[in-house]
Design a binder for this molecule. Structure first.
Ligand SMILES: CC(C)(COP(=O)(O)OP(=O)(O)OC[C@H]1O[C@@H](n2cnc3c(N)ncnc32)[C@H](O)[C@@H]1OP(=O)(O)O)[C@@H](O)C(=O)NCCC(=O)NCCS
Length: 203
C-alpha cells in the first residue's frame, strides 16, 4: 500500500466548504453540533458498528471530538463532515488515515437511527468519496464494515467498492475483535462509474 498524505484544503479550514447533492449537505462539524452528535451516538446499535468510538458515548465525548477538529490545522489526518439534511445533523462521514497504518486512507460514516433506511448514507458517502478523489487527489480508498453489519456493506457496494479481505478489527465499544470485511475503491473505477451514471444512481 503506497503512502498517501491528506493535503490541506483551505475551504475546509475556513469553514466555507459545502459538498451538496440536493438532499444532503456535508460541512465541517462545529462545536454547536455536540448535542446532536451525542444524541445520535447514545445508541449502542450505532456505536457497536464503529471501531474507535467509546461506549457509553457521552456529551463530553462529542465535545472533545469536536474540539479536536477545531484545534487541528492542515495537513489533517482526517476530514470529518457533518451530514446535514432538512437543517438537522443526521450523522457524520469522513475520510481519514488509518492510525494503525497511515499509508491507508479510509471512508467511514454513521447515521443517527431516525435517518436509517432512506439512502442518506449512500448519498453522503458518495459526496465524501468524490471529495477524496477529486479534491484530496487520493489514488485509492479503503473501507471496512463489520461482518454483522451487512447494510454498511451494501452502502459500499453501491458506491463501487469491491471486497479485498477479511480482517479482525478491534471495536472499542464492544471491547473485542470483530470480523471485518475490508473493501477498496480506486480512482479509476470511481471515475468510470461516475461517467456511466452508476455512481449517481445507487447501483
Ligand atoms: C449502516 C448505515 C450507515 C446505513 O445507512 P442508510 O442510510 O440506512 O443506508 P442506505 O439507505 O444508503 O443503504 C442501505 C442499504 O443496505 C440495505 N440493507 C439494509 N439492511 C440490510 C441488511 N440487514 N442486509 C443487507 N442489506 C441491508 C438497504 O436495503 C440498502 O440497500 P438498497 O438501496 O440496495 O436497498 C446506518 O444504518 C448506520 O449508520 N448504522 C450505524 C453505524 C454504522 O453501521 N456505520 C457504518 C460503519 S462501517
Amino acid at each position: 500500500m503506497s503512502a498517501q498524505a491528506l493535503k490541506p484544503v483551505p475551504a475546509y479550514e475556513d469553514g466555507t466548504l459545502r459538498l451538496a447533492d440536493g438532499r444532503v449537505t456535508l460541512r465541517r462539524p462545529l462545536a454547536e453540533d455536540a448535542a446532536a452528535v451525542a444524541g445520535h451516538m447514545n445508541d449502542f446499535d450505532v456505536v457497536k458498528n464503529l471501531s474507535r468510538a467509546p461506549w457509553p458515548y457521552t456529551r463530553a465525548d462529542a465535545e472533545s471530538w469536536l474540539a479536536g477538529i477545531a484545534a487541528e490545522a492542515g495537513p489533517r489526518g482526517a476530514y470529518p463532515f457533518a451530514i446535514v439534511t432538512g437543517g438537522a445533523l443526521a450523522g457524520v462521514v469522513g475520510i481519514s488515515t488509518n492510525p494503525a497504518n497511515p499509508g491507508e486512507v479510509e471512508l467511514g460514516y454513521w447515521l443517527g437511527r431516525p435517518f436509517w433506511g432512506q439512502g442518506y448514507a449512500t448519498q453522503a458517502a458518495r459526496l465524501a468519496v468524490r471529495f477524496a478523489f477529486e479534491t484530496l487527489d487520493l489514488a485509492v480508498l479503503e473501507a471496512g464494515h463489520f461482518a454483522d453489519n451487512p447494510a454498511s456493506g451494501r452502502v459500499l457496494q453501491k458506491l463501487g467498492f469491491t471486497y479485498a479481505q477479511d480482517v479482525a478489527r478491534f471495536s472499542k465499544a464492544r471491547d473485542c475483535d470483530v470480523a471485518c470485511r475490508m473493501m477498496t475503491l480506486d480512482r479509476a473505477r470511481f471515475a468510470s462509474r461516475s461517467e456511466q451514471g452508476g455512481a449517481s444512481h445507487g447501483g
